[in-house]
Design a protein around this ligand. Sequence first.
Ligand SMILES: *[C@@H]1O[C@H](CO)[C@@H](O)[C@H](O)[C@H]1NC(C)=O
Ligand SMILES: *[C@@H]1O[C@H](CO)[C@@H](O)[C@H](O)[C@H]1NC(C)=O
Ligand SMILES: *[C@@H]1O[C@H](CO)[C@@H](O)[C@H](O)[C@H]1NC(C)=O
Ligand SMILES: *[C@@H]1O[C@H](CO)[C@@H](O)[C@H](O)[C@H]1NC(C)=O
Length: 307
Amino acid sequence: MVLAFLPVLIYLAGHVTAAPASGTRNAVAACPVLFEGRVAVTTTAADFDKNTSVYSNLYDLGQNQTWAEVLEFPVAPPSLFDLPTASKSFEVTIDDESIFVPGGSEPQVGFRRSELVPAIDLSTNGNARTVQGTTTFHWSIHTDLSRPLNYSHEYHPIWHEYADYSSSQFTITAGVPFSTAKDPNIMLAKSLRVAGLQSNTPETTFFETPFTDSVWHNFALTMGWVDNTITVYYSEGYAPLERVAGPAFNNNTGGGAFHVGLLKEPTGPPGIDVLHQGYQESGINEGLIFGGVFIENSDDGCVTLGL
Ligand SMILES: *[C@@H]1O[C@H](CO)[C@@H](O)[C@H](O)[C@H]1NC(C)=O
Ligand SMILES: *[C@@H]1O[C@H](CO)[C@@H](O)[C@H](O)[C@H]1NC(C)=O
Ligand SMILES: *[C@@H]1O[C@H](CO)[C@@H](O)[C@H](O)[C@H]1NC(C)=O
Ligand SMILES: *[C@@H]1O[C@H](CO)[C@@H](O)[C@H](O)[C@H]1NC(C)=O
């Protein structure tokens, strides 16, 4: 209960020192928001199936699923960047039906996946403002004890995928790596890792932290799209973000889109086609809780570290 009140206090303290810009939900944060992915407290899961959603209502989820089936609103304390009166966390789940079928392609039976993608970043999105100059991607992530992951598999809760889908500039990974060639240094399966350009072997792991239960893990990644840099910020609970890695070189070519949700890789021998082969146990009911999702303009070095 004490924790539940803490963000309110921070919010009020913020009001004292910073005049809120009227009409913006990000009232006490200083940097211009390019994509507002925080979910209003009145939003229902079915609202995500409408084309008015700030996230794509079409991608990426199981062929025969709706967002109303995939999304939950568990009772959880607000995340660092969710003002309790304005926005709430949401949970993205996967089950046996979470099989995505890209247009004109074979069903991706190797994966189970449900991810929200900003609606602004769809299709011919190389010109989206979120992949120009310098931008910072924010999210908080929390386990759900009632829908645990199986850390014998590799998961991707967050990534930024090329516009042509051929690689990703960064990927947050969890679980046992599918390929030790890709991630030779991961010792703890139940951890969250920030990996750089996916087409590198091995990938560069910029940061790793235990994925402990019952606490929010807050991340921000500042991406220099022109100078090819990545900077990682992290905190737990309601502590302000702190820089934990970078700025470091990362080849940030490729444009594309931010993915927020859950992709579960199969297990199986190295070299298989993970999209279409490998092992997935049946009867799964897994999920991750997200809050405080937004992308801000960091051209002038501005990064929101706390409210
Ligand atoms: C959005 O959905 C509404 C109702 O389902 C439909 O009438 C409208 O044409 C859609 N707009 C776009 C741009 O797809
Ligand atoms: C979706 O439903 C159709 C019709 O029942 C079925 O043919 C198809 O295999 C299903 N897709 C997936 C990915 O389960
Ligand atoms: C976790 O995944 C492994 C590897 O696929 C599988 O053998 C095991 O049965 C799974 N555990 C549960 C509880 O589903
Ligand atoms: C980044 O990768 C692209 C595509 O592989 C390549 O053309 C470019 O030279 C690389 N940029 C840097 C700075 O390494």
